[in-house]
Design a protein around this ligand. Structure first.
Ligand code: GDP
Length: 289
């Protein structure tokens, strides 16, 4: 609804104008597709994604003989829904137990907040977590994580003056006592070589099952640039933050095509409970709602 802006309404209007009955012409369908194209542009979906998407919808419409169909509006709705679902990652996310999660991203993207959300989600499932800050450069970041941990009743590794690699190893020595160890890392406003090298080393020490890149959804299609700057790292998923402030579904619909990385988690607010677990059908339903 609100969260994903007007895309659903615009698509529905375009489809409704096709109407149903026997008088639908190819022209009506073309017109609806043009309107859907505009709606996708307004939702900030990437151009190449729009192009392939509409081509597929058009092919399906031809293949299923939309003009002869009794309910062309319903049929095209279904086609749009199916093709939109195909745009996003359709695999359910499985957070393997007894594993580490490494959270990376630019400064301010929402890393620390995400760590709290994940820990909150696990706690609600009776899964234990240790939160670890690997950002000794910003004491504020360390205390932010400690405050979040305290507020949700999740353990946070005490801060000791030492380098990040020692902290990582100290945390890993607690592996037997927790289902998950979630590592929050330092971010910079711009990615620099030093930070990248540190993250590469940390990855080789931690060997996390999940290496998540947090992306602020407000940056829209620049996510491609951000992810390129992290390309030296092993990444296996994206956590999108600040969807509540975005109101555009475009990033969600474009990411799989643009990055070849699945979205695994959605942040929808500042509090630990403000998130949506990835569920492709539910998300597409809400976008088109
Ligand atoms: P970090 O520097 O990457 O660790 O980013 P933080 O977790 O500190 O987040 C930066 C700012 O964005 C903070 O003010 C957070 O409260 C805010 N923030 C993080 N995630 C969300 C979200 O999903 N929605 C909103 N509205 N704000 C968020």
């Amino acid at each position: 609804q609100e969260m994903f802006g007007r895309l659903g309404v615009s698509v529905r209007n375009a489809v409704q104008r096709i109407g149903n009955g026997s008088v639908v012409t190819q022209k009506d369908i073309d017109k609806a597709l043009r309107e859907i194209r505009i709606a996708l542009l307004e939702a900030d979906v990437a151009l190449p994604v729009i192009k392939t998407f509409l081509q597929k919808v058009q092919d399906q419409a031809l293949g299923r003989n939309l003009v002869k169909s009794l309910y062309p509006d319903q049929l095209i709705s279904k086609i749009v829904y199916d093709e939109m679902l195909a745009l996003v990652n359709n695999d359910p996310v499985h957070w393997a137990r007894r594993s580490s999660i490494l959270v990376m991203g630019l400064q301010g993207s929402g890393k620390t907040t995400l760590c709290g959300k994940l820990a909150f989600m696990f706690k609600a499932q009776n899964i234990s977590t240790l939160l670890v800050s690997l950002d000794p450069y910003r004491p504020a970041a360390q205390s932010q994580l400690a405050v979040i941990g305290n507020s949700i009743g999740v353990d946070v590794l005490p801060v000791v003056e030492e380098d990040v690699y020692t902290t990582a190893k100290r945390a890993l020595s607690k592996t037997p006592f927790y289902d998950h160890i979630i590592f929050d890392t330092a971010g910079r406003l711009h990615v620099d070589k030093e930070l990248m090298e540190e993250l590469v080393q940390l990855q080789s020490i931690i060997r996390a099952k999940e290496n998540l890149l947090v992306c602020d959804s407000l940056i829209g299609q620049s996510i491609t640039e951000v992810s390129k700057s992290f390309s030296k790292l092993t990444l296996n998923g994206i956590a999108l933050s600040k969807l509540d402030a975005n109101h555009k579904a475009g990033v969600i619909l474009s990411l799989k095509s643009l990055l070849d990385l699945p979205i695994k988690f959605l942040g929808t607010g500042e509090k630990p409970q403000d998130f949506m677990q990835w569920d492709a059908k539910r998300i597409v339903n809400r976008i088109l709602d």
